[in-house]
Design a protein around this ligand. Sequence first.
Ligand SMILES: [Zn+2]
Length: 508
Amino acid sequence: MNLVSGTPIKVLHNGSIHGHPRADTIVLERDRIRMIGRADELPLSLSESEGTEHIDLKGRFVLPGFIDAHIHLLHTGLVESGWRIGLMNLSRAEVLAELAQAAKERSGEWTVGYGWDESQWQDRCYLTRTELDKISPRSPVLAIRMDGHLMTANSRAMEQIPETAPEDLIEREAGLLREKAVTEMTGSIRPDHAAAVEGLDAAARLCHRLGITTVHTMTPFDYFEAFMARRQQRKLRITICPDIQSFDKLLAVGLKTGTGDTWLRFGGIKMFADGSIGAGNAAVSQPYIDGGLGELNHADAVLECWVETADRAGWQTVIHAIGDRAIEQVLRTHEGLQTNTSLRHRIEHFELPQESQLARVKKAGLHLSMQPNFTANWSGPDSMYVDRLGVDRDRLSNPLRLIHDADIPLAFGSDGMPPSPLYGLHGAIHGAYPGQRLTIEEAIACYTMAGARFGFEEDEKGCLQAGKLADLVVLDQDPQLNPEHMSQRSIEMTFVGGDLVYSSDDEA
Ligand SMILES: [Zn+2]
């Protein structure tokens, strides 16, 4: 199959089309969906016209392209391109072996690994400075935990911690850095423009293989140039949610949510109210099993000032809040300011809400961006949530069912852990507890139409309809037929703007 195609019309026939039970054909004209219907109803001008390309779907199933509403595209891409060492799904010994090998190859230069997760290991202990010293006594090594809120550094790397990293977020003996200490440290070891562009290209190719056609990425504004370079050639639609640190710069030049085009645009402004459960610093109201209530990153007045500025300037806010105490802070901020509901202000993750907070979320018009892969990764018997919080709070975590039934806008993303929508859909329908489960149809809507709404793009994408962007994904089978086997579904083709950007045939 030819991946590069200049033909204006594509007729995809002999398939099932999501949302159109009678149809077997979808016609794409340039970058839009032209019509959806039955092959025998197609006007001759479409089916027989010169330059029309016919693609046999062989009974497979067409969905709108997936929208990952929360990913860190550059992180994902830097691992994908090899600039960072991928440590996901590896045992402790494998992580150390990977880092040892990389440090050897980079002799003297930095080695930065990403993605270890001690909750999948038998001993459930963080990586330590001593372990990293053993594998690399001379070259600096950093190993970022999967959630990005914590990292381990070896002694050589500890010597080079920037002065801007807050001392209270560093455990020198163990080699652990948290939150702002992590960002200050990684911020000092930056990919150059070429490496960032290469990383984004690699991330786009990965997205195509996974059926993702749009991402909302949490990325510092500093890398905007790399996003601009090749933004059309990359064939991935990107909504960038820049970090609050660059807010003054953005405001000064008059940028706001929605500025941009169908390839690259601005989403909301990103802030962090707390940390993560895995790193033990999400702000909770009842202590962790090991003690402690986690940490709010900012005083009320600081968050209030940011949200108020954003709200008045037409910026959507995108606030990371995981523990119920952080959720409470975000809620009282919006309630106090009576923020503009038409800006669709967002809360990210929302893993540990109290049930009583849901009605307030609804009333304040807030939108929830959640990650069903988190429940697949960390909830249920013998899981990280149970370790940190106990069974009762685990059972109440990620209450997708309650949120959906309360009619609160809910979109799905992956946070890159891992970035697969099929894995996320599996998590959403097979949650460990009934309160965490959606039907497959509800979950698909969260991974498609809801993401479009969160990005103010519901008129352009999110469902299969004539006139919308021709961003679609072809699955081997309708997941509704065998939802219990969701994890066995495969991505067969991905189209972005009418172009075939991935085909499993080419992989064979
Ligand atoms: Zn994130």
